[in-house]
Design a protein around this ligand. Structure first.
Ligand SMILES: *Cc1c(COP(=O)(O)O)cnc(C)c1O
Length: 394
């Protein structure tokens, strides 16, 4: 048995903190000393850098990755009787925002190799919804699960065919590409989360939307700050006060704190390198495990940000317990697909139900993954998985 003395981190935020050191301290202190806690200059500066990183014309920050999904839905006027197609094998937030607006999430199954939305089942689900005639298809939310891009070329073609909007929920995958292209090449809007454990995280809650559509950008900018008047609302009007106090639509408060923007500027500066490091960690896992267990498959031409490194074993709870005894943390994303959660079980599903989502939920287990996972520590993780599988799984 391998003795592990220092605990192994599932995601080692401390290693990144040590690397960035005084840069983070200075960024935070500079905001505190400036006093511009809300919508300070760092917010705009970060948005510009984020847009450039994600190859989009515009980026708009917001309070979290959940509201980043609801803001475009609000901007498009999604309402009761509207259908929003989304996967069920994802974090609840993807579907949760749809009933906020009185609309209906319609669940689509996943591709067994990538865990991302299955384009063929998506189209079958849209056709079923049209045939039933109770809901009006409006939006597709694809998710970049575990860090890799959904099959956007195929999904975007379906979105165009049925005249639907496409959201890329890239909370886990921001920075992922297909043949060098970010999801915004295909989606109307890419959304992300800066929850600390995401590949690009801050030190609290945060989120953002990226788009090439200026009208959508303006509407989301308005909705993010209580429906304030934006430039197009003011055209030809005479309003001599702060446009914040001309409220032309029902919005909300979903701002990113200036302190978080200042932290994110420092983290974004090393993000490309961290994605590269994450890919090296993933490659080492593949080398060490592919002969024994089902390892992740990345879409052709795809670059994953590896929010998670997820394998499949037949007795994943046994593996989790075995690893825990040896000081190795693991996690299960996700043990229950959303359509199987009680509160979501009444919403419609595509034809034939979601057998792939249900089967994957009982097999997946994620291993420690972060850019600073050193080779020696990773070897312990790999050896532990191998020992367990060789002893129990076959
Ligand atoms: C984390 C996550 C969200 C929500 O982000 P928050 O910032 O926690 O609100 C949405 N979708 C997916 C796929 C996520 O993983």
């Amino acid at each position: 048995m391998t003795e592990v003395l220092t605990p192994i981190a599932f995601i080692d935020l401390g290693a990144q903190r040590r690397r960035l050191g005084s840069k983070i301290d200075n960024a935070i202190m500079s905001v505190i000393n400036s006093g511009t806690f809300i919508m300070g200059p760092e917010v705009k500066a970060f948005e510009r850098q984020l847009a450039s990183f994600g190859q989009a014309k515009f980026a708009l920050s917001c309070a979290n990755g959940t509201e980043a999904i609801v803001l475009p839905l609000m901007a498009w006027g999604i309402k009761p009787r509207d259908a929003v197609f989304c996967p069920s094998f994802t974090f609840a937030a993807t579907a949760e925002v749809v009933p906020w607006l009185g609309a209906t999430p319609v669940f689509v199954d996943i591709d067994p190799d990538t865990y991302n939305m299955d384009p063929a089942h998506l189209e079958a689900t849209i056709l079923q919804t049209i045939a039933e005639g109770k809901l009006v298809p409006k939006v597709i939310i694809a998710v970049d699960l575990f860090g890799q891009a959904a099959n956007y070329p195929a999904i975007a073609e379906i979105a165009r065919k049925y005249n639907l909007k496409l959201i890329a929920d890239s909370a886990q995958g921001f920075g992922c590409t297909i043949n060098g292209e970010h999801p915004i090449k295909w989606a109307d809007v890419t959304t992300t989360s800066f929850f600390p454990a995401k590949p690009l995280g801050c030190y609290g809650d945060g989120g953002a939307m990226l788009t090439n559509d200026e009208t959508l950008y303006d509407l989301m900018d308005s909705l993010r700050v209580h429906g304030k008047a934006v430039k197009s609302d003011l055209a030809g009007k005479n309003f001599e006060h702060d446009p914040k106090y001309l409220n032309v639509r029902i919005g909300m408060n979903s701002r990113l704190d200036t302190v978080q923007a200042a932290i994110l500027i420092e983290k974004l500066a090393i993000f490309a390198e961290e994605i590269e490091l994450r890919n090296q960690v993933a490659a080492r896992y593949n080398d060490g495990l592919a002969d024994l267990v089902c390892v992740p498959k990345v879409i052709q031409g795809g670059l994953s940000t590896w929010a998670q490194y997820t394998i499949e074993v037949s007795d994943r709870d046994g593996l989790a317990a075995f690893a825990k005894l040896r000081g190795i943390p693991t996690a299960v994303y996700y043990p229950i697909p959303i359509h199987k959660q009680n509160v979501y079980s009444g919403y419609p599903k595509g034809p034939g139900g979601l057998p792939v989502s249900e089967s994957k939920a009982s097999k997946v287990i994620s291993l420690p993954m972060h850019p600073y996972l050193d080779i020696a520590t990773q070897k312990i993780v790999i050896e532990t998985v191998r020992q367990y599988v060789l002893g129990n799984d076959r």
